[in-house]
Structures are given as C-alpha cells and as structure tokens.
Design a protein around this ligand. Sequence first.
Ligand code: ADP
Ligand code: MG
Length: 262
Amino acid sequence: MTAVLPEARPIGTAGESYAVTLRAVSKRYGAGPLGLALDRIDLAIPAGQFLCLVGASGCGKSTLLNLVSGLDTPSAGEIGVTSRPTLMFQEHALLPWLSAVDNVALPMRLAGLPKPERQEKAAEYLRSVHLGDVLHKRPHELSGGMRQRVAIARTLATESKVLLMDEPFGALDAMTRDLLHDELESLWQARGLTILFVTHNVREAVRLGDRVVLLSSRPGRVVADFPVGLPRPRSFSDPDVTAASGEITAALRKEVARHAQH
Ligand code: ADP
Ligand code: MG
C-alpha cells in the first residue's frame, strides 16, 4: 500500500518526482451505496513508472482514468498531475475519412502547428510504431493491430509524458497484442513516459507493469499494490510472469471476498 502521499501538484509544476497523485479520491454517480463508484483512492505514481491497474468489470477503472485525465471531476479528494495526461481508449476512435498520417497530425493541427511540420512529425511518430509504409492509408484499409498502432502514434503526438491507457489491447489477437506489448515497452523506455494502464487481464498487467494495483469490486478501493521485479523484456508466456500472475489473482480473489463481507 502507498504509505505516505506527496502533496497534490497543479499542472505545470516542474521537478516533481511524482507524475500523478490521488488523495482520498471518491466518485459518486448517484445516491446510496450503489451510487459510489470509487471510494477514497490513494495512489501516487512516480514519474517514469509503468503502473497497471487491475480489477473486475465495473469496479471503476475507466472512471479513475477519466478523473485523472480531467474529463470528469472527483466527488471528493484531490488529484495532482505534473503535466497534462493523454487518454487513449480501447476503441481506436480514429477518423475514418482521414489517412493514418492525418489522424496522427490531428492533435498538432488542433494545437496550431503549421501543416508541413505536423505532417513530418506525424510520419515520424508512425515510423516509431513501424507504420512508415502505410502513412496514407485510411483506417478501413488497416488491420486492427495497425489501427491500434495509429492510435498509439496519435497519443504520442500530443507530446504528453503521461499516458492513460484504457484496455487498449483488449480486442486484439494474441500475436498482435504481444507485438504491441513489446512496442509499447520500447516507447515507454525510450521516451521516459509515465503510463497508467488499465486492464482486467492480470497476466497482461504483470507483463507490462513495474507495479500492479488491484481495485476491489464496486465501490472501487485499492486492495493491494504489488511491485513487479521481473527483468525486462518479459514475455506474456514467461513462467515467472505466470507465477506472479497466479499470486496476484489469488490475492485479488481473497481481498475482494474480504471486502464483500464489510
Ligand atoms: P470499469 O472500467 O472498471 O469496468 P467503470 O469505471 O466504467 O468500470 O464503471 C464503474 C461503475 O460506475 C459502474 O457500475 C458503472 O455502471 C458506473 N458508471 C460509470 N460511468 C457512469 C456514468 N457516467 N453515470 C453513472 N454511472 C456510471
Ligand atoms: Mg472500463
């Protein structure tokens, strides 16, 4: 568990060692016990950490990401971020009438960058996810894995150092997912990103995370916080990953059952 929480920081504060902090953050959507989605979440994410958040469907994972992204506001508690995070959804949400390069250039267009510069940068981001050959293809001409790569490139194009990823690989086949795990890990290391990655798949969390945080079923509470000390790069099917996943899954079952009795 997180012992001592640092102060929450406003956007733009430089030189902090934590990229994201949540202090006693609750989110209520309606009245009564069923209206509470998140219950007093304390979480501090050091800059550069890859944190995976795991929990059953409906436990508030997407709610937590929405709060950290600023799309929604907490009912209680405080959230601090040192730079504005970018949220990436499970659905690729690419614009079908735009080419890959134009989709990736979109955040830069909105930021007012001149066209030649944003086209050049977008192409560079696409090359970094190995899509240099399909710059001018539209989403329907690309495979699911390629579309998800375009979405990653577009997320990178915001130049945010903090990425919030909501089950981004949930809909992909195993081979494509493994490849994207490797690519995301490389990008994270090369760019010094801080990543808050949501998944309901414990093994995926162990494959990717420096740390795996478990949320209980509704209302979401932090029930356990595991450091993952396995050497990188890891593979989804490593025996060590399997063993750690089994341990975390068992802990999750136990904690959720224990919470259900209160
Ligand atoms: P997860 O991503 O872990 O599956 P969510 O964060 O989507 O969970 O949802 C947590 C709980 O809050 C669910 O019970 C869901 O029905 C509820 N919820 C989510 N968004 C809203 C909303 N905008 N209005 C009302 N209830 C919501
Ligand atoms: Mg969700």
